[in-house]
Design a protein around this ligand. Sequence first.
Ligand code: ZN
Length: 159
Amino acid sequence: MDLKTLYREVILDHYKQPRNTAELRNPNREAKCRNPSCGDKISVQLSIEDGRVTDVAMLGNGCAISQASASMMTEAVKGRSIEDVEAVMAEFSEMIVKGSPDFDRARLGDLVIMEGVARLHARVRCAMCGWSALEAALHDPGAEINLDNEDGMPASSRG
Ligand code: ZN
């Protein structure tokens, strides 16, 4: 199976059966992200105990890339320390937003399958929607991020 086929299979698998979509009973952090240019809307809920993400949920709807990326995000952060989560967020952003080849592959693990999105500029925001909600849940709980207003996204992904 070549990488393109694998990419499509993984995206479709997560899109059809997104992981961790059951609303948490007692989340202590939550934030939302909207990507109006595509129509993606994702909420991320976190249960954080002793500096660790003990549970995570992603709720919402949108295109296949936004849903698959958010679904993979939940698998990547569940059970991890906040420190690890911050590191994974930074590497994912390095890969997708900056399109840098210098990201930490070992740390990203299965998430490297999303690398191709960096070349599809119009989809970068789709891929980042769940991650932006995650970042807001950690740093600005209760926030509702609108990616149309965000700096730091590549100019070519605007419009
Ligand atoms: Zn989208």
